[in-house]
Design a protein around this ligand. Structure first.
Ligand code: HEC
Length: 148
C-alpha cells in the first residue's frame, strides 16, 4: 500500500517536472520569436535618431539587451518537437557556432549603443549597417523555412 502511494507520488512529481519543462520550452520559443519580430521596429526607432535621439538610445539599448538574452532562449528540447519554431537542429548540434553568430549581434548592437550615445548621426548609420549585417549570417545557418 505504502509502495503504491510512493509510486503515485513519484509519478505526480515526474509529470509536474515534465510539464514545467514543456512550458519553459514554449515560453522560450515565444520570447525569442517576439524579440525577432520586434527588431525592425527597434531599428526603425534608431533610424529616427535625428528627430528622437532619446528614443533611438533606448531602442539601441533594448536591441543590445535583447541579443544578450537571445542566446539563452534556446533551451534543450525547444525545437520543432516542442512547438512551431524555425530554429534548426544546428543550434544545438553546433552550439559554439550559434553562440559565435549571436556574439556578433551582441557586439554590433553594443557598437550601436555607443554610436547613439556619441550623438554622431553618421556613426549611428554605420553602426546600424553593422547590426543588419549580422542577421543573414545567423539565419542562413540556424533558421529554417517558415513553418506553415
Ligand atoms: C544568432 C542568430 C540570429 C541573429 C543574429 C538574428 N536572428 Fe532572426 N532568427 C533567428 C532564429 C533561430 C529564428 C527562428 C526562431 C524560432 O522560430 O524559434 C529567427 C527568426 C527571425 C524572424 C521571424 C520571427 C517570427 O517568428 O516570425 C525575423 C523577422 C527575424 N529573425 C529577423 C531578424 C533580424 C532583422 C535580424 C538582424 C537585425 C536577426 N533576425 C538576427 C536567429 C537569428
Amino acid at each position: 500500500m505504502a509502495k503504491r502511494v510512493i509510486e503515485i507520488a513519484a509519478a505526480a512529481v515526474l509529470l509536474a517536472v515534465l510539464g514545467g519543462a514543456a512550458f519553459a520550452q514554449a515560453d522560450a520559443i515565444a520570447a525569442r520569436q517576439a524579440f525577432m519580430k520586434s527588431l525592425n521596429g527597434k531599428m526603425g526607432a534608431v533610424r529616427n535618431f535625428a528627430t528622437d535621439a532619446e528614443g533611438a538610445k533606448a531602442a539601441a539599448a533594448s536591441l543590445n539587451n535583447g541579443f544578450k538574452a537571445f542566446g539563452g532562449q534556446f533551451p534543450a528540447g525547444s525545437d520543432a518537437a516542442a512547438g512551431k519554431t524555425r530554429a534548426k537542429a544546428e543550434i544545438w548540434s553546433d552550439a559554439a557556432g550559434f553562440k559565435a553568430a549571436n556574439e556578433k549581434a551582441v557586439a554590433a548592437t553594443a557598437a550601436l549603443v555607443a554610436a547613439t550615445n556619441s550623438g554622431d548621426a553618421a556613426a549611428v548609420t554605420a553602426a546600424l549597417g553593422g547590426v543588419t549585417g549580422t542577421c543573414a549570417g545567423c539565419h542562413g545557418a540556424y533558421r529554417g523555412p517558415p513553418v506553415p
